[in-house]
Design a protein. Sequence first.
Length: 219
Amino acid sequence: MEYEDELEEEDVTVIYALLAAIVLIGLFLILFLWDFTKWKKKFVVDGTQILLKNDTSELYLLSPNTNPNYTHPNSSLQQQVVCSKDFYDEWIISLAPPSRTSGIAKLKHGDTVHIIHKRTGFFLHSHAGHPSPISHQQEVTLWPHEDDGNNSWRLLVDGGEQGFRASFVDGIKVRFVHVLTHKYLHSLPNHSHPIFTSGNQEVSCFPQDEQYWECYLIS
């Protein structure tokens, strides 16, 4: 009897151990699948819609709803790009030149990209020879024609130079370097004009890489 009791106790112990193992494996799979789905959604891929917020001023990149053109001295007369605290615009970020893997290819540090203004379909653009209206740095505009090298920007992910966090993910800080002039997308606080920037904060290209932009996916 004692031997049979010992066997029964051992059987019960084994059953409990198996049940505990099954529960732990189930919890692990649930957590893994949840984390994987969450992780997968964070990556910014070719063709993603985003918001861009200046890390210094915490204002959003946009073009005013009235689509005004620059009119300051020596301007290009192209469409204004500014930063605002009250409004934001949606942008589409895509590989340049366009890729056949749109919606699949993950963007990463060092990629050359186009930043497309969703409402108008125009390209974020900059060019030498035209000063910004307030700081007299390099002007940043919207431009309707795709086949223009001045639409191209190099994506620099925070930490990418050191090999860390090289992938472009939701909420990360990035910089954009204008490919042809090697200047950085920039916005200075307290630089605005009622007409030349429609009362919003100026956006320009700057030779130093001191500013970041925060990128947020639009769900």
